[in-house]
Design a protein around this ligand. Structure first.
Ligand SMILES: Cc1cc2nc3c(=O)[nH]c(=O)nc-3n(C[C@H](O)[C@H](O)[C@H](O)COP(=O)(O)O)c2cc1C
Length: 241
């Protein structure tokens, strides 16, 4: 399939596929889908993610093993590991300031907006992300919850909260990736069923990296889709106000 599908078609086409065909998929196209992944909305544009794209058969076999030899992992033609790098927050905040400064020279961004952005990355982001073994988070939580008694305030300030924030953004990137793959007629299966410590060791990842998802990739087989796509009735989960 060369034509790319439109977004709704790709969303409808995407299914979690557990048994992939033996045919190869084009790794350049997979890489393009990862570029699309990196365009996902993400918290504070900190982009606390990395994507590891695996085609090497030996590594695929090792990964399959630590994904408990699930069918999707065993039959995957390629894999993508979505990695969360919350530890990069300081570098990425600096990077954002640099880009905003550059933009201010190249375009007519107002001084007010420039200063707002700088305050955001110099003050607010460190307030949220800086922590010492989680202790500061407990204190911040107390302060912010107290402020919250009197006015609206940020409440996600503990170390766990910011981990969730980083994982949320990585998951959005994973979804962008899977929809893009579907757009090319390629299939995926996201897997949290893995020994994440061993995944990290196999891929030689940074000690502070966390695994969001291992995504098996390939082409679907008929038996690889385990039944109809099941969802609770939409009315049960939809509220219109
Ligand atoms: C975060 C996450 C983790 C998942 N982990 C696994 C997994 O380890 N193994 C698996 O076979 N499917 C896994 N799935 C796939 C879900 O089971 C699947 O998305 C769900 O049943 C809905 O089916 P559909 O994707 O075909 O719509 C995972 C999905 C997500 C989003």
């Amino acid at each position: 399939m060369n034509e790319e599908m439109n977004v709704s078609d790709a969303i409808n086409y995407r299914r979690s596929v557990r048994i992939f065909d033996k045919k190869n998929i084009d790794s350049e196209k997979v890489k393009n889908c990862l570029v699309n992944a990196s365009l996902a909305a993400n918290s504070s544009n900190l982009q606390l993610w990395e994507f590891v794209h695996i085609e090497n058969k030996k590594i695929l076999k090792k990964l399959s093993n630590v994904c408990f030899n699930q069918n999707a992992a065993k039959t995957a033609n390629q894999m993508v590991v979505v990695v969360v790098r919350k530890d990069l927050w300081k570098e990425r905040a600096k990077w954002n300031i640099k880009q905003i400064n550059k933009q201010s020279i190249e375009s007519d961004i107002t001084i007010k907006r420039l200063n707002q952005a700088k305050t955001y990355y110099n003050k607010i982001i460190p307030t949220l992300y800086f922590d010492v073994f989680g202790f500061l988070g407990i204190l911040k939580n107390l302060i912010f919850q107290t402020i919250g008694l009197f006015r609206p305030t940020m409440r996600q300030v503990t170390r766990t909260d910011t981990r969730i924030v980083a994982h949320k953004s990585a998951a959005l990137a994973a979804q962008n990736f899977m929809i893009s793959m579907a757009g090319f007629g390629y299939d995926t299966c996201p897997m949290e069923g893995s020994d994440t410590l061993r995944v990290k060791k196999i891929l030689n990842l940074n000690k502070k990296a966390e695994i969001s998802m291992v995504i098996a990739c390939g082409l679907r087989t008929e038996k690889g889709i385990y039944g109809k796509q099941l969802r609770v009735p939409f009315d049960e989960i939809y509220t219109y106000i």
